[in-house]
Design a protein around this ligand. Sequence first.
Ligand code: AMP
Length: 249
Amino acid sequence: MKILVPVKRVVDYNVKVRVKADGTGVDVANVKMSMNPFDEIAVEEAVRLREAGVASEVIAVSCGVQACQETIRTALAIGADRGILVNTDVELQPLAVAKLLKSLCDKEGPGLVLLGKQAIDDDAGQTGQMLAAMMNWAQATYASKVAVSGEKANVTREIDGGLETIEIKLPAVVTTDLRLNEPRYATLPNIMKAKKKPLETVTPADLGVDVAPRLQTLKVAEPPKRSAGVMVADVAQLVDKLKNEAKVI
Ligand code: AMP
């Protein structure tokens, strides 16, 4: 069984993002970019499934600019077997990515597509669900445990009330949550080995997909600054302020 792992290049989670002065988006010039953290968890899980003999091949896919190659190389260093870059300079929205992934699924026939539950840049949390709908496959989102046996998988999901375990038929789409695993560090020898692993480049046109944006961003703004709090002397004063100043009780 092949596992397809889509990995997105995003602004590193340690970077404090700044909104561009003209409000058209977030400033990414000279900003450190990394693999979306949930996708690192997906790569780790796929590699573990291959190491356990459940999967035969792990394919890392990234859609976007040429520099997404680096994100794929990171996935290869963690242990993915080969990479596919879907190269385009068009800003991709989740629907476009899902269509590109559908085309790759039709071509590669994976038994499992393991995505992140959301990309930390746009926080859309849509791509996996859209892909499952387009493929008419089962989906298990927010996974904290994945156990594959034969043609089925038991997936434990993080839901509002706690945990839920569902059985899904393969092929399927699974999206990863934070507690699924702790990704390994890519060691230097593995980073070197990753440079020699196959990485194919295709374009959206090769896959027959129109990636033109369907949504238009009107304005991006910083959240309003929080005003400073005050210390109250006692509970009576707190209740008085909540009643007479904030008027919330
Ligand atoms: P989103 O729906 O944008 O929050 O993204 C959810 C997941 O879809 C990510 O964690 C990735 O696994 C995958 N994904 C989204 N955009 C891309 C992209 N441009 N290239 C590869 N994978 C992507």
